[in-house]
Design a protein around this ligand. Sequence first.
Ligand SMILES: Nc1ncnc2c1ncn2[C@@H]1O[C@H](COP(=O)(O)OP(=O)(O)OP(=O)(O)O)[C@@H](O)[C@H]1O
Length: 233
Amino acid sequence: MAEAIVRLEQVCKAYNVGEPNETEVLHAIDLELEAGGFLALVGPSGSGKSTLLNIIGLLDRPTSGSLSIAGEPTSRLDDAEITHLRGHEIGFVFQSHMLISAFTACENVMMPMVVANGRASAAIEQRALDLLDRVGLTPVANNRALNMSGGQQQRVAIARALAMRPRLILADEPTGNLDTQSAEGVFQLMRDENLASGTTFLIVTHNMALATRCDRIIEVVDGRITQGQRPQG
Ligand SMILES: Nc1ncnc2c1ncn2[C@@H]1O[C@H](COP(=O)(O)OP(=O)(O)OP(=O)(O)O)[C@@H](O)[C@H]1O
């Protein structure tokens, strides 16, 4: 079996801890994501998919339980170490692409590399242009994100997510706002990247037609994994 890029053991997440309205939304989650997988995360609205994604993406911490990324337990890491791990190992694609709309496609893709490097450079710009070429956007590389279609913006977001060569990309309904044809293009682009580079993808989707084309479907219902807890085989 492939090495696990992510391992959760008995992860619980509660909101409003210690207050009268404290609610636990994830209950004792055990989950393994195999390196190189192309994985769908599905479940009803409010079941805890985004909460789980935020924990795996180190954007939020579990209330209890443990999370390892690439074999590294995260519970003892301080905030600076968490930020470093997140910045280098994990890329994000959100439903609303979260691009800086006044920046060009190229500038948006450069952004994580500029932040990591402390300043822009010709090499960073060249890598951004190469990534935009990979997602089919060379002709609009210097267009502002503001003036691009939803499908194009999502392709820029994928290029940006790939910029730091992360081992894991977390995508929260990346095709949710797109028409069928654009959604297919964005989905296929992620699949091609997964196969070409071995980057692991975990994709939250309500689209079962797309989910069934992934290597594995992980289902969350009421804060518990009901299907796909471990890789098959
Ligand atoms: N910051 C928060 N404070 C309090 N409750 C929250 C917070 N974030 C999420 N919740 C609650 O946690 C539960 C799970 O929410 P979550 O967004 O993870 O579900 P989801 O499966 O991603 O839903 P959807 O498919 O609608 O995006 C919901 O009941 C939600 O109201």
